[in-house]
Design a protein around this ligand. Structure first.
Ligand code: IPD
Ligand code: CA
Ligand code: CA
Length: 263
């Protein structure tokens, strides 16, 4: 466990927002059967969670800036620090009553990612990492999986949704290339959880394109602190600006990157 003041602040905020999301998730299950469906309700739940996170983190760390999925960029008096937040990653799962979604909070200091948290309030999985302090799931220290051969690897990805259909041809080519090499592929529908699962050794690797900084920032810290590699698809460090990510242990990261490059 990480017992730093920073991690206390982050976990307290996530637990509070998580309680709200859990309540709202119960309500979504009731709304599934209505004709109108739970669409507007989910949007409201998302905004409520973001408001809780913004208020709690502003109170605990006055002056820090924010990059919020819903609220956008909010400059702070303290230019060195910025929170990067997705209040609800896996919205489509939430909307369909699938209990695979998370709150994602990262902290950037002087442009470097220094802490990350991914919290699934239904599973009560609290993944945290801080630079130099390792990655943890609740009280357990995490290590990335140690498999070296792609043929043994369980790899995750994300399918671009209908609104990003222009990405589909490239995705299909990359999927075909990966399918020909890895043991099998999963698509859970929450990028923050995909990265947390790489950190936990549940997945051997993960790649996805067309993401936003808040989908990835916390998970990148988790993977790196669990001894893994996270980069953009060219192998560089520009995941957040390029919106593409590749993660795994040293071997799977390299081999999967080479496989996708040939697609
Ligand atoms: C989405 C999820 C999904 C990924 C999408 C993201 P949201 O985030 O992370 O796994 O494939 O590209 O937009 O919209 O649920 O916060
Ligand atoms: Ca997201
Ligand atoms: Ca979201």
């Amino acid at each position: 466990m990480i017992r730093s003041a920073l991690m206390n602040v982050m976990t307290a905020a996530a637990l509070k927002a998580g309680r709200g999301l859990k309540r709202d998730f119960g309500e979504v299950e009731n709304l599934q059967v209505s004709v109108k469906g739970p669409g507007d309700f989910v949007t409201a739940a998302d905004r409520r969670a973001e408001k809780v996170l913004f208020e709690e983190l502003s109170k605990a760390r006055p002056g820090y800036g924010f990059l919020l999925e819903e609220g956008g960029e909010i400059e702070g008096a303290d230019k060195a620090h910025r929170w990067i937040i997705d209040p609800l990653d896996g919205t489509l799962n939430f909307l369909h009553s699938l209990p695979v979604f998370a709150i994602s909070i990262a902290l950037e200091r002087e442009g470097q990612l220094v802490a990350g948290l991914v919290y699934n309030p239904i599973a009560d999985d609290m993944f945290v990492a801080e630079r130099g302090q390792g990655a943890w799931l609740n009280n357990r220290r995490l290590r990335v999986a140690q498999r070296r051969d792609l043929a043994d690897a369980l790899v995750a990805t994300g399918i671009p949704h209908l609104g990003k259909a222009s990405e589909h041809p490239r995705f299909k080519a990359e999927l075909a290339a990966a399918m020909a090499r890895v043991a099998n592929i999963r698509r859970l529908g929450a990028a923050a959880i995909d990265l947390a699962y790489v950190a936990a050794g549940r997945y051997d690797g993960y790649w996805e394109r067309a993401l936003q900084p808040w989908d990835m920032a916390a998970g990148v810290v988790l993977v790196r602190e669990a001894g893994g590699f996270a980069s953009d698809l060219a192998g560089g460090g520009d995941m957040l600006t390029r919106g593409a990510i590749l993660a795994g242990n040293e071997y799977i990261h390299r081999a999967l990157g080479e496989t996708l490059k040939k697609a």
